[in-house]
Design a binder for this molecule. Structure first.
Ligand code: IMP
Ligand code: MG
Length: 185
């Protein structure tokens, strides 16, 4: 375990089980439906890379980058799209892949944005969900694991851009809440 991680919240084995379960649900739901899988960079990369390889359907992939302005471990309500999808979203079924949903600000904004731009449907799969922290109502369609109000890192998730490479999800032991101009992905 990394020295700055106080406990492992989701082990590598557990992540594998979660990914397999989510992939089966998605396969069943999108069986006869075309869709584009859209990862929110950067946090979703590890989860998306594993999840997409377990879904035995034909689909395209794309990415978006959203920033949520705030400081330290808090996001503010001001979400900005830094990089949009490269495909035209009109009439398409979109499956967004996210690492974690916290305040709900990011996903609430992005889902509304994609619907406004003419998406046929927008669904969200997230590895982790912290529903106790919601500031705006948001319910993801597929959830890997509901977690308590802890700041977690690993398997794509960062604190100050570090720890994304950890192969498990762990609780950060000491959080130095520093002023940051924005939080990206
Ligand atoms: P939101 O508050 O739901 O808008 O989440 C914004 C973004 O903050 C998420 O997509 C994550 O990238 C990041 N985030 C929220 N909670 C955590 C956490 O516990 N660890 C790492 N990143 C987090
Ligand atoms: Mg993220």
């Amino acid at each position: 375990m990394h020295k700055n991680v106080s406990s492992v919240l989701i082990s590598e084995d557990k992540i594998k089980n979660i990914v397999n379960t989510l992939a089966k649900q998605i396969e069943k739901d999108y069986n006869d439906k075309e869709f584009i899988m859209v990862g929110l960079l950067k946090g979703s990369i590890t989860f998306m890379a594993d999840l997409m390889r377990k879904i035995d359907l034909d689909f395209k992939i794309d990415f978006m980058v959203a920033s949520s302005y705030g400081s330290g471990t808090e996001s503010s309500g001001k979400v900005k799209i830094v990089k949009d999808m490269s495909y035209d979203v009109r009439g398409r079924n979109i499956l967004i892949v996210e690492d974690i949903i916290d305040s709900g600000n990011t996903l609430n904004f992005i889902c509304n944005y994609l619907v406004t731009r003419g998406a046929e449907s927008v669904r969200v799969v997230t590895l982790c969900d912290k529903p106790s922290r919601r500031k705006v109502p948001f319910t993801p369609d597929y959830v890997g694991q509901v977690i308590p109000d802890e700041f977690i890192v690993g398997y794509g998730m960062d604190y100050d851009e570090l720890y994304r490479n950890l192969p498990y999800v762990g609780v950060l032991s000491t959080i130095k809440i520093e002023k940051r101009s924005d939080m990206i992905g």
